[in-house]
Design a protein around this ligand. Structure first.
Ligand code: TRH
Length: 356
């Protein structure tokens, strides 16, 4: 393909359906803004734009937020449906009416499980002679990688968390460690609070089940809870960069905790059949965490039979910090998700991906 064609900006239609929580909007907004930051023209078609009011109050140049009703029937060059959200039927019919069919991608959920590598890049034939491609984010070179905007790690490196917290009016005392708690409802919360209260701690808690539950708990004197308002995604990153320990959940905050480079505990989105425990084990298997940190992850995720282990001691904590930095470095050495998507689209438009 001539370079001129390969490098010209494309029009991307990114469909997002907000199912629950904030991850659907959060992942899609980050991808939309990252694509636009790389010169692409993006329509983010979202069925409930309400979370964007606090997540991205300033919007982003190059991203147009559109409701599903206004999707129209003139698709761009690339159509991404996030998490199998099924774009409107009239829009899908219009895909095959274009002289060059758009590249149609289903961007799937993040998981470290083995099957992701096998499923990444698989085509699925669709009516009208179209192909839908299944692309997966992930933690290995045989997946699409993680969202990582250009310059992110340099910005993180130059960031002074304590100064930022003070400027926001959330200053930590010099002796206090800073912990961010973003989680689902969790019966282990009292045990975590007791463990955190063994040393001076400022616990930053965004709105949600943890914030609500903490209001009714008797807390140890050394544990100071700060209930936060919703902040923008950029400031959510700043919170993660300011903390000595991050407790995160879902998909997007997991990825951002990786880039923060501090020890973190991940709570998987709980599923009734318990499959989230497999996701936790798969991620643990590639993170190289010391055993006490692994035990904490399992207990925080309510793994059957996992007794509450307390927080890792000094030696394990130091090993945990090293492991967090090593994992970040390993992930940063892989292509980021947006670059992977762009490379895939270039290959698809050039006819060099395997046919369905
Ligand atoms: O909200 P989540 O639990 O979202 C989840 C997961 O994505 C899960 O896999 C999916 O199945 C479910 O949604 C439907 O956690 P997550 O993924 O970390 O998304 C939170 C987003 O909210 C993230 O982009 C950060 C953003 N955020 C802010 O920007 N500001 C805030 O103040 C807070 C609390 C969050």
């Amino acid at each position: 393909m001539p370079d001129r064609l390969r490098d010209s900006p494309l029009r991307w239609d990114l469909f997002c359906r907000v199912v629950d929580n904030f991850g659907d909007a959060g992942v899609c907004w980050r991808l939309a803004a990252d694509l636009a930051g790389r010169g692409q023209a993006v329509r983010l078609l979202i069925d409930d734009a309400a979370p964007l009011a606090w997540m991205a109050p300033a919007g982003a140049p190059g991203v147009q937020v559109v409701s599903w009703e206004d999707a129209g029937t003139e698709p761009g060059d690339v159509v991404i449906e996030a998490f199998g959200c099924d774009p409107p039927a009239a829009f899908v019919r219009a895909l095959s009416a274009r002289s060059v069919a758009p590249v149609w991608i289903n961007l799937e959920y993040l998981s470290a499980e083995d099957w992701v590598e096998r499923s990444h890049g698989l085509p699925s034939p669709q009516p009208g002679g179209l192909t839908k491609w299944f692309l997966f984010p992930g933690f290995t070179a045989r997946t699409g990688g993680l969202l990582r905007e250009p310059g992110l790690l340099a910005r993180r490196e130059a960031f002074d968390g304590r100064a930022w917290l003070t400027a926001r009016g959330w200053a930590a005392a010099p002796a206090e460690r800073v912990v961010l708690l973003f989680g689902y409802a969790n019966p282990a919360l009292p045990a975590l609070c007791a463990a955190l209260g063994e040393a001076p701690t400022m616990l930053l808690v965004p709105p949600g089940p943890a914030q609500a539950a903490l209001a009714g708990l008797a807390l140890p004197p050394a544990l100071r809870v700060r209930a936060l308002p919703h902040v923008s995604q950029a400031d959510f990153d700043h919170l993660l960069w300011s903390a000595d320990l991050n407790v995160v959940r879902g998909e997007d905050s997991l990825v951002r905790a990786v880039w923060a480079g501090a020890p973190f505990v991940w709570q998987a989105y709980p599923q009734h059949d318990g499959v989230h425990h497999d996701k936790v084990e798969a991620l643990l298997a590639c993170m190289g965490l010391p055993v006490p940190a692994q035990a904490l992850w399992r207990a925080w995720n309510g793994r059957p039979g996992a007794a509450w282990p307390g927080l890792p001691g000094a030696e394990a904590s130091a090993a945990w910090r090293q492991a967090a930095l090593a994992f970040r470095a390993a992930q940063a050495a892989l292509p980021d998700l947006t670059s992977s998507l762009q490379a895939f689209v270039r290959r698809a438009r050039g006819g060099s991906v395997p046919p369905a």
